[in-house]
Write a protein that binds this ligand. Structure first.
Ligand code: SAM
Length: 266
């Protein structure tokens, strides 16, 4: 139990930040400007919320835990400046904010960090940037380049749509309760024009998933059911490559080949 009698709820991935230096570093990394439209996912007890509110006119927060939302409501002096959405961020339609430059931030619950990232990608056109505290391992996977053991589905899907940058690591002791794992802050900036044209997002998902389903397999074998060897060669990709050696643009090429093949057949 914490000093304020609130039991952290495991099912909501609650580890509350209490290290003031880290909180300051996070807020400085976000560098919020007074007029900006900032949305915080999972404000909890307000560790980031209150310092953010000191810097902006209005702040929207999304909190699934009704008790924490109620606590925040009680603790806030200027009720008009903090808009609390008592909702599951995973179900939220971010277009309701009707804004094209959303800045989304949060110390995300570890148990749902990947689904939240994929959910937010759907709204990338109205997002200016996202700054999140995540499990360090997840940040490493997001930012990994080809050839790295951590390079995989998360790296490709996020790097295709965003510029990604790992900002700094955070020790478990910065949180209460202390988690078993290290954390890291990551910044993702959706690209207004992806570097390569993708014909179909679903095809990319399939090609990436299958390519990494068994990392040791060659692309030729991993994609056997989807693309024949000659198509891979004609696309300029050596079929004996393993998924971890292909660049993001190679996956786009393969996904586009698969899309063309499917739509010609249908
Ligand atoms: N921001 C606070 C801090 O740094 O101390 C709390 C961070 S805690 C890791 C995650 C927060 O996200 C909790 O307040 C939790 O209740 C909330 N949360 C968990 N799942 C959520 C969801 N699906 N939608 C919105 N909030 C969620």
């Amino acid at each position: 139990m914490n000093s304020d009698n609130y039991h952290a709820r495991k099912r909501f991935g609650q580890n509350f930040l209490h290290d003031q230096n880290i909180i300051q570093r996070i807020v400085d990394s976000i560098n919020p400007q007074n007029h900006e439209y900032i949305i915080e996912i999972g404000p909890g007890k307000g560790a980031l919320t209150f310092p953010l509110l000191n810097r902006v006119k209005k702040l929207n927060v999304i909190e699934i835990d009704k008790d924490l939302a109620a606590k925040l409501r009680t603790n806030i002096e200027d009720k008009n400046r903090l808009i609390i959405h008592e909702k599951d961020a995973l179900d939220l339609d971010f277009s309701i904010f009707n804004h094209t430059d959303l800045r989304i931030v949060g110390n995300l619950p570890y148990n749902i960090s990947t689904p939240i990232l994929f959910h937010l990608l759907k709204y990338r056109e109205c997002i200016k940037d996202m700054t999140f505290m995540l499990q360090k391992e997840v940040v490493e996977r997001i930012c990994a380049n080809s050839g790295n053991k951590k390079y995989g589905r998360l790296s490709i899907m996020l790097q295709y749509y965003c510029d990604v940058e790992s900002l700094f690591n955070v020790k478990p002791e910065a949180f209460i309760p202390i988690p078993k794992i290290e954390s890291a802050l990551v910044k993702l900036i959706p690209l207004s024009h992806p570097r390569h044209e993708l014909l179909d997002h679903e095809c990319l998902k399939i090609i990436v998933r299958e390519s990494f389903s068994q990392r040791r397999k060659t692309i030729r074998n991993a994609l056997k059911k989807y693309l024949d060897e000659s198509t891979i060669i004609n696309a300029g990709i050596a079929p004996e490559n393993r998924a971890e050696n292909l660049e993001v643009c190679d996956f786009i090429t393969l996904a586009n080949c698969y899309h063309r093949m499917k739509t010609n057949i249908l």
